[in-house]
Every structure is written in structure tokens, then in C-alpha cells.
Design a protein around this ligand. Sequence first.
Ligand SMILES: NC(=O)C1=CN([C@@H]2O[C@H](COP(=O)(O)OP(=O)(O)OC[C@H]3O[C@@H](n4cnc5c(N)ncnc54)[C@H](OP(=O)(O)O)[C@@H]3O)[C@@H](O)[C@H]2O)C=CC1
Ligand SMILES: CC(C)(CO)C(=O)C(=O)O
Length: 335
Amino acid sequence: MSIAIVGAGAIGGYLGVRLAEAGEDVTFIARSNAAAIQADGMRLIEEDGTEIHSKSVKATRSMQEAGVHEVVLLTVKAHQVGPIAGDLKHLIGPDTVVVTMQNGIPWWYFMGGHGGEYAGTRLESADPGGLIADNLDPKHVIGSVVYPATVLSDPGTVKVIEGNRFGLGELDGSKSERVLALSQRLAKAGFRAPVTSDIRAEIWLKLWGNLSFNPISALTHATLEDICRFPDTRAIAAEMMREAEVIANKLGVTFRLGIDKRIAGAEKVGPHKTSMLQDVEAGRPIELEALVGSVIELGRLTGTPTPHIDTVFALMRLLAQSLERAQGRLAIQGA
Ligand SMILES: NC(=O)C1=CN([C@@H]2O[C@H](COP(=O)(O)OP(=O)(O)OC[C@H]3O[C@@H](n4cnc5c(N)ncnc54)[C@H](OP(=O)(O)O)[C@@H]3O)[C@@H](O)[C@H]2O)C=CC1
Ligand SMILES: CC(C)(CO)C(=O)C(=O)O
């Protein structure tokens, strides 16, 4: 199967190395990592320390050069999708499947057979200016939820902290041939890739954690386990989750776990810095709009107050602005 991975970072690298070693034809669309991968492939350090060095992966900076693929795994950060949306057409043929692998509320949330009063609604926080929806037809899209924690430790090297589950689901909930085939390919590469008939519910469950732990960690520089064990931050996270649950319920989504179990799950990940804290520490732009702003936008849409989420969002916007000033660039959309 020909697989293009757009974004050779922490998640893209994890997927790419394992898929290539399982016999798939993998090409990375890379940027800062391109030279390292072209020179010496990609390395993966597994949870148990085992190193896999894949020399068969290819890398290019140009989607045009890469051409049409059977599967496109979109593994850039949420705010990095819009700027590349216009170029994605080079990778996509009539039967190409595009898997969106970003944390947060996806740009297609109300598309692809959502139905109801919000059908077709575009979320400005997830797709500013509509760039993505204008360039990528949701009929190509399979949704996914990324559960593992990984880091890009050096150019061309990814380290797995924990986990191997990538939930998959068609936007209309069907168990199509294409989603089942993709799940099998991922399973052959050693991932758990269950197919769900309600990908939006799965996204909310993951988002509960990212919405709360990611900004709290970015503000406090605390790890997941510390946030969960310190009673005051645990309480703030729980309040944020409660507000999000009301919104999700109004959109017809129910959670298969309670808040306490969700927090316990995050605590088990241990002394891990969330990706948002890692971005703050590295001075990179943060995924604030997709992870937090989108929930506030859905709160406004459904008439749901979100006082705790609003407060944390305001603090994060100020933090992002300070980072931006320090580096002389715009760190978040709309800041
Ligand atoms: N890492 C994790 O543990 C988890 C991540 N996620 C989610 O997965 C998604 C991906 O995250 P992650 O892998 O950590 O992010 P990374 O920043 O590690 O990887 C993103 C990669 O995309 C590349 N990229 C960005 N724009 C372009 C472009 N225009 N052309 C080519 N390459 C580009 C970046 O390159 P460059 O270096 O040049 O910027 C970078 O290598 C996010 O939505 C994140 O929230 C979800 C669960 C856990
Ligand atoms: C912490 C983790 C791995 C799970 O909540 C995550 O999704 C992130 O760091 O963004």
C-alpha cells in the first residue's frame, strides 16, 4: 500500500517506521526533518528501548513530487493543516483515503453525514477562513484518535513514551471496506486500530484530557501525573471536563467513561509533559484553538456557559502572546 505521511514528527515518525518495517511503501512529506531522513532513514526507539532503524522510508519536501497515494496520514499539528491544504490535492486521487490525526475538534466535525441542525457548520477555530474544507473533500476523510505519547527526540528519531492505539472511524459511522483495510494494515504494523461507529464520541473522550491537561500543564509546567495528584489542578480539570460534557451531550454525544476514570487514565501515563507543554518549552506555536478554542466555539453555538474553560483559555492566550513577542512571531491564530 502506498502511504504518504504528511509531517515527519513525533506521531508521523512512529507510524511511518512501523508501517515501512511491515512492508508498506512509505513516503514522508517532511520539512526540518527531510534531510536527516533522506540521508539515513528514520529511527524509532520503542517503549522498551528497542531501536528500529528504517532505511526504506522515503522523504520529500514536495507533495507535487510525491504524487498520488492510496493513503495519506495527516500528522502535522492542527494549526499546520490550513497552510498546506491547497497542496494536498497532489497526493489525492479519486480513491485516496486521508486520515486526520490531529488532537482537538476536527475541521470536519459537522460534515460527512453529521445531520441535524448543525450539519455542514464550519468551525472557525478548527478551520480558520475555511481553507481546509475548501480544499479537502470530507468524502476522502477517515477520522482517527491518536492515543500514544511520543516525542521527536532528534531529527529523524522518534521515541515512544507509551501506547500503540489509533482509533479509526468513518465520518458517517459505516464499517466500510476502506476503513477495515486500513485497520488491518495498522494492526500488521503492530498498532491497535479499532474501528468505531462513533468517531466523534471517541474524539470527545480524548479531547476531555487535551482540553484540560494540556493548557494546565503549559501554564504550570507540571506533568500529567502531578496535575492529577494536586487536588486544586485536578478540580480545575474536572470542572473543565464537566462543561465540555454538557456541550457534547447537547450535540448528541455521551461519554463511555466518567470524569474520575478519565483523570485516572491520564494519571497512569505518569510524569509525561503534554505536547502543549513541550511546544511552549521549545518556543513553538501551540494548538490552542483546536484543543480549547473549538470547545468554547461549540459552547457558544449550543448556548452553553464555559466559565472554567474561558478562564484557562484567556491565560493561555496571554502566555501565547508573550511567547510570540519574545520570538517576534504570531504564536496562535487570532492572538
Ligand atoms: N506527540 C504526541 O504524543 C501526541 C500528538 N498528538 C497529536 O498529533 C498531531 C501531531 O503531533 P506531533 O507528531 O506531536 O507533532 P510534531 O510537531 O512532532 O510533528 C509535526 C510535524 O509536521 C511537520 N510539518 C509542519 N508543517 C509542515 C509542512 N508544511 N510541510 C512538511 N512538514 C510539516 C513539522 O515539521 P517542522 O519540524 O519543520 O515544523 C513536524 O515534523 C497533533 O495534533 C498532536 O496534538 C496526539 C496524541 C499524542
Ligand atoms: C498527553 C497526551 C499524550 C494524552 O493526553 C496528549 O495527547 C498530548 O500530549 O497532547
